[in-house]
Structure formats: structure tokens, C-alpha cells
Design a protein around this ligand. Sequence first.
Ligand code: ADP
Ligand code: 5GP
Length: 202
Amino acid sequence: MERGNLFIISAPSGAGKTTILKRVLAAMERVVFSVSHTTRPPRPGEQNGVDYHFVDRETFKAMAQQGTFLEWAEVHGNLYGTSSRVVADVTGEGQDIILDIDIQGARQVKERQGVKGIFVFIAPPSLRVLQERLAGRATETAASIATRLSNAREEMQSIGNYDYVIVNDTLERAVEVLQSIIIAERSRNRRGLAGEPLRLVF
Ligand code: ADP
Ligand code: 5GP
């Protein structure tokens, strides 16, 4: 069986990554979200094992030391990491997996020998729109919005390391582009549009 693809998706905070991913994951078959481990406390509504595996710093450090993570990084003061085993198991079953990780983590995956990732960057149409979306989401303080905006300028400098860039202007269009990328990569990978193995009998 052909292996599934490994998609790495990064975006400045507030660019719309979570919104786009939820839609794509609900609409497509054979694509799985990689649930990261983090030391960040859960936000209201977040579920352990669904949004993240929430662990304390000591546990996280021990896991990192044992080589549990394909990549890990400190982002906005908290540790985040991706389980190597889950990525290997899901792609080994012929399913695609999506990693929602920051630019440091993406760089680590890119540098890993023997790991082939497809790197997608989601950009806001402008910094002004990004600011409006962060303010509109009403989850951040003014100080946190300012930090995220200044980080966004820096993150945008990494765009050259990604295979695809999606500008999230209208949500429907951004969702369509990400689905198209997943489908195109499946075709490259000798699989059908729904990610199924091709049975070509001649
Ligand atoms: P991220 O996961 O990248 O931090 P979110 O998905 O939480 O970002 O989106 C930030 C805010 O912007 C949310 O309130 C969301 O509803 C809104 N949003 C996302 N995409 C669009 C879009 N294309 N047009 C308008 N608002 C959007
Ligand atoms: P949040 O705390 O808002 O959910 O995520 C903050 C940032 O951490 C986002 O940029 C997100 O992509 C990133 N992130 C989430 N999980 C991981 C992970 O496993 N590894 C890395 N490197 N970054 C992650």
C-alpha cells in the first residue's frame, strides 16, 4: 500500500488555520489531524486528547528526552511537540496526516533525514486584516495581540521554506485551495481523489 502524505501547516496566529483545518477535516476522507502534546493550559472548550494532549513540563521534557517527538518547540512560552509514532502509524495505514505546527517545528521536520513532508503556509491577506481577526476572535488581550502581530512579521519571512502558500482572504476559497493541494499530492502519490489506493489492472 502507498503511504499517506505528511502535511505540515504553519500560519501566524489569527490567520485562520484552525477554521480552515476544521472545514477540510470534516469534508475529506483519509486525512487525520495530528494531536500535539503541549504544556499550555487548556482554553475553555478544549478537550484533552482531541485538541491537544495536555501534559506538565516535567512529563513533556521526559518524553522529549526519550525521543517521543518528531519535532518539538517552545512557542509563546509553552512547549509543543508532535508524536513520531502517530505520524508513522497513520501514514503507514495509507492515510494522510496534518501537523498544525509553528515555523520552528516545520524547519525541524524539513531537516529530518528520511521524512518527506509537504509544507503549506497560510497567510492573512494583510497585517491589518490579521489584527482585525485577532481582535474579533476575542480570545487575546491587547498585549497578546501586539505580540502575535510582531511575531507574524517574523513568521512571514519563512514563507520561502514552504511548498505552497494559501492566502486566507475568503474562507471558502482558502478551504478549496487546501483541499486541492491534498488531492493533487494524492495523485502524485498514486492514490485516488479520496486518498484510496489505486487499483490499476491492465
Ligand atoms: P488561527 O487558528 O490561525 O489562530 P482562527 O482560525 O482562530 O486562526 O481564526 C481567527 C479569527 O478569524 C476567527 O475569529 C475566525 O472566525 C476568523 N476567520 C478565519 N478565516 C476568516 C476569513 N477568511 N474571513 C474572515 N474571518 C476569518
Ligand atoms: P495554540 O496554543 O494557539 O493552539 O498554538 C500556538 C502555536 O503552536 C501555533 O503556531 C501552533 O501551530 C503551534 N503548535 C501547535 N502544536 C505544535 C507542535 O506540536 N509543534 C510545534 N512546533 N508547534 C505547535
